[in-house]
Design a protein around this ligand. Structure first.
Ligand code: SF4
Length: 64
């Protein structure tokens, strides 16, 4: 299964992915970074949209 991943080193916390796909991406206030929720099935279309919109190219698909 492929799962989305965020490169924390390049993410600028613009919150774009949170607006596009809040069911998958969330801001961890305690740790100060964007995290990806554990899901059985990820909504590919919306994550692809977030990938396309991310200004830092920080989101990618990874094989689990
Ligand atoms: S859209 Fe990209 S840069 Fe912006 S918060 Fe999400 S992962 Fe980080």
């Amino acid at each position: 299964m492929k799962i989305p991943a965020i490169d924390q080193g390049t993410c600028n916390l613009c919150a774009g992915c949170l607006e596009v796909c809040p069911e998958v991406f969330s801001f961890n206030k305690n740790l100060g970074f964007i995290e990806i929720k554990d899901m059985m099935i990820y909504p590919e279309d919306k994550i692809d949209e977030a990938i396309a919109l991310c200004p830092e190219d920080s989101i990618s698909w990874e094989d689990e």
